[in-house]
Design a protein around this ligand. Structure first.
Ligand code: CUA
Length: 311
């Protein structure tokens, strides 16, 4: 099973954050044990014994009060400095003029992905090269969302009209999971993130594939599917480079067939999954912008055949 635990960091930034968390946890655990230990000890050692009267009453103790103010103060200063160092290390300021390698735009309820330097557009499944820091802008097209892949570092809010940034990086190849971490409406729970970290050559091959247009079918069921796509308003919301472009009301579908999931993680991207989705997306993910299109079985079959060609 694929985990997404912050205890298993795979980027330098995530490492720093994880270390800070563990240090803080240890400090807190020591304080907790000390306090509960002393309470238990005192209530046993000084419990009321038979025949004893009221114990001597003490009011105020300067030495003790200074001690229990200064020690917690020092602990807080220590943790504060450690936190500042971690913030600085895990999220360095970008030098002015740094160009974004990746722009992630949150939508209700999916992620638009743009690689401006390569001219690649995709959705939901983020490919990154191993060992390289991607300067990544986090934006929102509608409400506040939050981007978080625990193994790869800090959480970042997606605020409409205010681009934030993170450095997206992985030390090793693999699939790293995340999810939208700010409640953003009915399908917040189905706003999953998949980050696929690949060796650089593989990543470059992925980019090159995505720069190309898919080979469009010219005959058979798939060609009919392309026609359905153009006739049935699909084209108003979804981009397919070469067919319709620069529309991002719904996810870009240019290379849909190369993605593993549909509906931002709710279904596997298989002909069966696609069929279910096209039959009635509102039944799979109620509340999303994609309407129930009332397509008949033949249209769905043709559309599935066409979408499967979008490698
Ligand atoms: Cu997007 Cu929660």
């Amino acid at each position: 099973m694929q985990t997404s635990s912050p205890f298993n960091p795979v980027s330098p930034g995530a490492h720093d954050i994880s270390t800070l968390f563990i240090v803080t946890l240890i400090v807190a655990a020591v304080i907790f044990s000390l306090v509960t230990g002393l309470v238990l000890f005192a209530s046993y050692r000084y419990r009321q014994k038979e025949g004893e009267g009221e114990p001597p009453q003490v009011y105020g103790h300067r030495g003790l009060e200074i001690t229990w103010t200064v020690i917690p103060g020092l602990i807080l200063i220590f943790l504060f400095i450690l936190t500042l160092i971690t913030m600085h290390k895990s999220d360095p300021t970008a030098s002015p003029g740094t160009k974004a390698d990746l722009v992630i735009i949150a939508h209700q309820w999916w992620w638009e992905l743009r690689y401006p330097q390569a001219g690649v557009v995709s959705a939901n499944e983020i490919h990154i090269p191993v060992g390289k820091k991607l300067y990544t802008l986090i934006e929102s097209a509608d409400v506040i969302h939050s981007f978080w892949v625990p193994q790869l570092g800090r959480k970042m809010d997606a605020i409409p009209g205010h681009p934030n940034h993170i450095w997206l990086e992985s030390d090793k190849p693999g699939l790293f999971l995340g999810t939208c971490s700010e409640y953003c409406g009915a399908q917040h729970a189905w706003m999953r993130i998949r980050v696929i970290a690949q060796p650089e050559a593989e990543y470059n091959a992925w980019l090159a594939d995505h720069q190309k247009l898919p080979v469009f079918p010219t005959k058979g069921e798939a060609a009919k599917g392309l026609q359905v796509f153009e006739e049935q308003t699909c084209i108003n919301c979804h981009s397919i480079a070469g067919v319709s472009s620069n529309i991002s009301i719904g996810p870009d579908l240019t290379h849909l067939a190369s993605r593993k999931t549909l509906g931002t993680g709710i279904l596997d991207n298989t002909p069966a999954g696609l069929t279910r989705w096209l039959k009635n997306p509102q039944a799979v993910k109620p509340g999303i912008n994609m309407p129930y299109m009332k397509l008949d079985d033949k249209q769905i079959k043709e559309l599935v055949a066409f979408l499967e060609t979008l490698k």
